[in-house]
Design a protein around this ligand. Sequence first.
Ligand code: MG
Ligand code: ZN
Length: 472
Amino acid sequence: MPPTLPDAALLARCKARRDQLARHMAAAGGGVALLPTAPEVLRNRDVDYPYRHDSYFYYLTAFTEPQALLALQANAAGQSRSVLFCRDKNAEREIWDGYRWGPEAAREAFGFDAALSIDSLDAELPKLLADQPAVWWPFAVHKGFETRVEGWLAAVRAQARNAVTAPHTQHDVCALLDDMRLFKDDDELGVIRRACAISAQAHVRAMQACARSVRQPPPQGLREYHLEAELLYTFRQHGAQSPAYGSIVAAGANACVLHYRAGDAAVRADDLVLIDAACELDGYASDITRTFPAGGRFSGAQRDLYAVVLAAQAAALDACRDGARFTDPHDAALRVLAQGMLDFGLVPRDTAADVDAVLATGAYKRFYMHRTSHWMGMDVHDCGDYAEPGQAIDILPDGSRKRPARILRPGMVLTIEPGLYVRAADDVPAAFHGIGIRIEDDVAIRAAGQPCEVLTADAPKTIEAIEELMRG
Ligand code: MG
Ligand code: ZN
């Protein structure tokens, strides 16, 4: 049985994106763009990792089968022609692995100008590239692809005696696609909203399950993986295809390990639990972190630091506006965190007199060592230039070079995720040892004068809301 075809609106958007890409290519002289999808990856003998398409390829095609490549021809007048290469129909393999569209049906159903067998790639691409001014492909994305491009170019050159010329220029097609993908249209925002709502619900479920299990522990005692199971259950229950990234469920001091994964550590009633987990839905990510007291009530020290991170997050959210710089939310969060570090003695007053001194000396980095934001979209760390295109590079007093940060515009989606991580150490107040807190939401920038849209607002984050939920 053929899988459900993506809806007509999505296919129309993919076509519009191919046309837009072709216009951008035409403005730079035209040529042929080659975009392969992701390879299948072996996990261990005979077992692959769950297949995930390449995001650039999917953005332009909505085609999710492995072993496929899009060739997009754009002439200098801006006319385009799309050719999909995909797997042939194969009755034998389809018994084992499931339906394949095959070139015929794929062309028809997905709306390409032509479709050919992926097995004919080496024969057909030299023809497509003949007499073209340039070849465009994603630089440094697919391992080994440059060698294949070189092979196809060499094959064109081999026909030189037939008065065929080979492309003499190569461009990174990502330079164009990254900027297109950075601005999400309304339909994309709709999918991201739904992904965020599912993920928020998963966090709610994990908090409730945690409170319940602390009161009535399972036989082996409550473990991090029990909470991970609640997350995964919720993702799939609502149709999300997979987590958007490896779920972090970190009890107690494990929260101070930034890339900790859900493990089998015991969750104790007086621990904080940090969960950074979210689903991918229909090719779009979400990304949420919440930190909550396993037993349902923040202790004094936990409460003090949590309030600092929450205030930092509020300041950062407030800075997420059309016209602001990408770094403004980070700078806003950092000032609040630095003040908190002084107030609670994490940074001793005799080493830094005020917030500016904490920032200038970099003393905050011991407790807050990551950035506050990243782009989010098809990839959880989405593509998009973090510097504003076309703006002059600043040469700083120390001689280093800095490009001015990106200006936030409507349709951009980013995370806001400040945190505090206090590892046990002799020179740090003991009450805070092993406390790790991060609060992360996803936001969409709205039109001038409007605050950003918080896409993940359904996951409670104030002290009162979390304690109330966990009491219930
Ligand atoms: Mg995250
Ligand atoms: Zn994130």
